[in-house]
Design a protein. Structure first.
Length: 367
């Protein structure tokens, strides 16, 4: 299931360094100058899941397959991007194709690394980017309103409904408010319109506070200010040191854990970003566990058993009979499938069953 998270931010804030560490491929060129990234770099990133490792320990499969996320490293935006500055129109188009925005914000001072605005001010930097996203949404909405007006004159009922919503939304965002705070964003008219427009400020945002190594401990004033800003907007801040994360790319698990302990953190910033991104996309995992493979399958939350089965193969949904289900906790507690069944912890679920995060499943089907 390919759902994208777009990395955005001003030039030279550590996006490509973060991307290198995320993908463990280091194939996005990092350099100390603006617009180092021109074409968006894309990569599929495994979602770390200790539950999958525990299942593998019990089952001893030939291979282990994790859930994945698509990350897109989008070139640095600048003031005026919505008017084409700094190749802005192209980059804004790249953001439009993603589902969640990861906004990397520089929260450290270093005279050896230039800042396009000449000083370190996370809130100013965030507002530059978000203003450009807002301007782009206004432009897209104005064009849509003109089209809807023409259709509405022809007595198009759907166009009339969307036009009312579009004009109300335009007033909302022209006041400086993002689409995500629009009170009618669950209406049919809005959903139909945004399915096509994919308005930029409607997307969930995660702020990545890029700090130096010393900043991984107590929050600096930069990070404190960013967290206060994010809290007002019902968003979250994840603190990371992109350079440290990139340095750990080639470490084995023990070396990595030792370094994190030395830095005084329990989970890397990148793992937090991946897990939070997975959640923001409305995703969860269920597992299959056999000697050939232990695997995490990615589904949306509140997915029924037949739809979850279709992720493996469409035939599983077409011929769905029942799902055999063991909760993850029971699977581990009783040492695997046989032990869980002996303890009466396996269940047979039908077509209406809503799959829970961490269910260990086997599907019965007939085509």
């Amino acid at each position: 299931m390919g759902l994208g998270i777009g990395l955005v931010g001003l030039p030279n804030v550590g996006k490509s360094t973060t991307f290198n560490a995320l993908t463990k491929a280091q194939n996005a060129e990092s350099a100390n100058y603006p617009f180092c990234t021109i074409e968006p770099n894309k990569a599929v990133v495994p979602v770390p899941d200790k539950r999958l490792d525990e299942l593998a320990r019990i089952v001893s499969p030939e291979k282990v397959q994790y859930s994945t996320l698509d990350f897109v490293d989008i070139a640095g935006l600048v003031a005026g991007a919505s008017k084409g500055e700094g190749l802005g129109n192209k980059f804004l188009g790249n953001i439009r194709e993603t589902e969640v925005i990861l906004h990397i914000v520089r929260c450290f001072a270093d005279d050896n690394i230039v800042h396009t605005e000449g000083s370190i001010d996370p809130i100013r930097d965030v507002e530059i980017i978000e203003q450009e996203l807002l301007f782009a949404d206004i432009d897209a909405l104005l064009k849509r309103i003109e089209m809807l007006k023409k259709k509405a004159k022809g007595n198009d009922k759907d166009a009339k409904e969307q036009l009312v919503v579009a004009e109300a939304l335009l007033n909302h965002i022209e006041d400086g408010s993002p689409v995500s705070t629009f009170e009618d964003k669950e209406s049919d008219g809005f959903l139909a319109m945004n399915k096509d427009l994919r308005l930029l400020t409607s997307k969930p945002i995660i702020y990545g506070a890029n700090v130096d190594e010393d900043g991984l401990g107590e929050d600096s004033e930069y990070v404190q200010n960013l967290k206060a800003y994010a809290e007002e907007r019902d968003s979250e801040v994840i603190k990371l040191c992109a350079k440290v994360e990139e340095d750990m790319v080639d470490f084995d698990d023990d070396e990595r854990d030792e370094m994190l302990t030395d830095l005084g953190v329990t989970e890397s910033g990148l793992e937090q970003i991946i897990h939070k991104g997975f959640d923001k996309l409305g995703l969860q995992s269920y597992f299959t566990a056999g000697v050939k493979e232990v695997r995490a399958w990615t589904i949306r939350k509140n997915t029924t058993a037949p739809k979850a089965a279709a992720v493996i193969h469409n035939d599983f949904e077409k011929g769905f009979i029942r799902a055999e289900v063991i909760s993850y906790d029971d699977f581990v507690e009783f040492g695997g499938e046989s032990g869980a069944k002996e303890a009466g912890k396996n269940r047979l679920e039908g077509k209406e069953y809503i799959v829970q995060d961490g269910d260990v499943m086997h599907f019965r089907f007939n085509v």
